[in-house]
Design a protein around this ligand. Structure first.
Ligand SMILES: [Zn+2]
Length: 243
């Protein structure tokens, strides 16, 4: 059984390597997913700013129209001043000019205030767009890296599966099945070392008699009573060399 355990240990090492290849890929995908969500958020924020800006610009056009109308009115009234017939008419025209001047001034003030707001929004939008560009670049970089590493992972995995297959012959099929089943349920670890009567998979005590048998290298495969992983004990160096 010591040989079985030794082979299983090698197989498990390969299985763990294959698992970590998959985890590397998952990590990339996870980072890309998070970045994708960030991109979407930043995109929406930029879109909202753009909408606000276009509303403000529309408002600005309205104000400019009012300024233009007031100026037109003033020019027209000033022209009428040349052909004024009496004081009453002069007063009426002057009153109108004053009114137009007043509303032009007011519109110009509104325009200046709105322009400041527009500039602030434009600056905020520029920051958002830069953020968006940087995130997109990061995302594209990751996607490219993932793509270029995929082939390497696939061929490494194939290689490892091949050497795993080549190794498993000495292990009895029922033991192999048990190892596989526990491995799939227990985070990739189907076989664990027992050190000082403690299972290194779940860190609980195992019965001393099992530990003694493991040390002796019995014909039987033992499982941890708590986590059910297959167990092996570290043999003294001299014994290992004798096997
Ligand atoms: Zn255990």
């Amino acid at each position: 059984m010591i040989e079985t355990l030794r082979v299983l240990e090698e197989i498990q090492r390969i299985d763990l390597e294959i698992k970590s290849l998959g985890e590397e890929e998952k990590e990339y995908l996870g980072r890309m997913e998070a970045l994708g969500a960030e991109l979407e958020r930043a995109g929406k924020a930029a879109g909202a700013l753009e909408e606000e800006l276009s509303g403000m610009k529309e408002q600005l056009r309205g104000i400019e129209e009012r300024i233009r109308e007031s100026a037109e009115r003033i020019t027209k009234d000033e022209g009428r001043l040349n052909s004024v017939k009496n004081d009453r008419e002069l007063n009426a025209i002057t009153k109108e000019i004053n009114g137009a001047n007043k509303s032009r001034k007011q519109a110009e003030q509104e325009k200046a205030a709105l322009m400041t707001k527009v500039q602030d929004k434009e600056a905020a939008l520029a920051v958002r767009k830069e953020e968006l560009r940087a995130r997109q670049e990061e995302f594209d970089g990751l996607a490219g890296e993932l793509e270029s590493r995929k082939d390497g992972w696939r061929s490494a995995e194939e290689e490892k599966l091949k050497s795993r297959d080549a190794k498993k012959a000495p292990v009895r099929p029922d033991i192999m099945r048990k190892y596989e089943m526990i491995r799939s349920k227990r985070g990739g670890l189907g076989l664990v070392l027992v050190k000082d009567e403690i299972c290194q998979g779940c860190f609980t005590h195992i019965p001393p008699q099992i530990f003694i048998m493991l040390k002796k290298g019995t014909e039987e495969i033992h499982s941890c009573p708590h986590c059910h992983r297959l167990l092996y004990a570290e043999l003294p160096q001299a014994e290992l060399e004798a096997v």
